[in-house]
Design a protein around this ligand. Structure first.
Ligand SMILES: C[S@@+](CC[C@H](N)C(=O)[O-])C[C@H]1O[C@@H](n2cnc3c(N)ncnc32)[C@H](O)[C@@H]1O
Length: 250
């Protein structure tokens, strides 16, 4: 493990239990990010799946319930590992792993699907993790991910609501702190990164994975029912970007 604590662990050790308790019904997750990433998924029955940054393990459970052959669920935050273990028991292989490090536990071409929801925002450099994802996928295998939309993050940076060391600079990788609402008090202060679109797409291209699907998430009707004002905002302004890419061959 890296000796310096990852932004993921720093952020989620404050409120992993609170996050796990509401993520499946919280509008931002359930009715905005989830529909986008789910729409890009292949049928999962029979697949060997890596859930990279599994959090509470709700997607791992969904994959297993839908007939996945095997799920490996990894996360850097010990509290989430404990929650995922309690939830999944022996049904999945659950490992504490920092995605800033190589996927040393995984052989080449050992997964049909790598899934990573709302995790890339915590990684400083996407190139090494994307190279590793390409390595562990079988030829023809699928990578599906969702993360903060770079335009949405930029708008947020310009809004002055983020705490950053430097002035907003679209072209720079910038770490920021943001006090999240919707999880009760005390508000968790989440530390993550924003980056330009090229810092997402160029590492993907250089990894050898081939982009074949993309959704700029918009909220579902269930979001409107839960929070009409926020629904209107998310209908007009980007928040999450979901991508699907394949390892060529197979
Ligand atoms: C927003 S949560 C998403 C959790 C889950 N994928 C979901 O959709 O509910 C972000 C997750 O990324 C994990 N994470 C952040 N940085 C990480 C890293 N360097 N290595 C592994 N996991 C990381 C966090 O611990 C947390 O579980």
């Amino acid at each position: 493990m890296s000796s310096d604590k990852s932004f993921g662990e720093l952020s989620y050790e404050q409120f992993a239990e609170r996050y796990a308790a509401i993520v499946e019904t919280k509008p931002h997750n359930a009715y905005l990010a989830d529909p986008a990433i789910t729409a890009l998924l292949p049928p999962v029955a029979g697949l060997r799946i890596l859930d990279a940054g599994c959090g509470s393990g709700w997607y791992s459970e969904r994959f297993l319930d839908a007939g996945a052959a095997h799920v490996t669920a990894i996360d850097v935050t010990p509290a989430f590992i404990a929650i995922a273990r309690k939830r999944l028991g022996e049904r999945a292989t659950i490992l504490r792993h920092d995605l800033r490090e190589p996927l040393a536990f995984a052989a080449d071409a050992s997964y049909d699907l790598v899934f990573s929801n709302l995790v890339f925002d915590y990684l400083p450099d996407l190139a090494p993790v994307l190279r590793e994802i390409a390595r562990v996928l079988v030829p023809g295998g699928t990578f599906v991910t969702c993360f903060g939309h770079p335009t949405g993050d930029w708008v947020l940076a310009l809004s002055g609501r983020l705490t950053m060391d430097d002035a907003p600079d679209y072209f720079a990788l910038q770490a920021f702190d943001f006090a999240w609402g919707g999880f009760g008090e005390p508000r968790p202060v989440v530390r993550s990164y924003r980056r330009p679109l090229s810092a997402i797409l160029m590492p993907l291209i250089e990894s050898g994975l081939v982009l074949d699907g993309m959704i700029e998430a918009q909220p579902t009707e269930a979001f409107r029912d839960a929070d009409p004002a926020d629904y209107e905002r998310h209908m007009r302004s980007p928040t999450f970007l979901a991508l699907r890419a394949r390892r060529p061959g197979g």
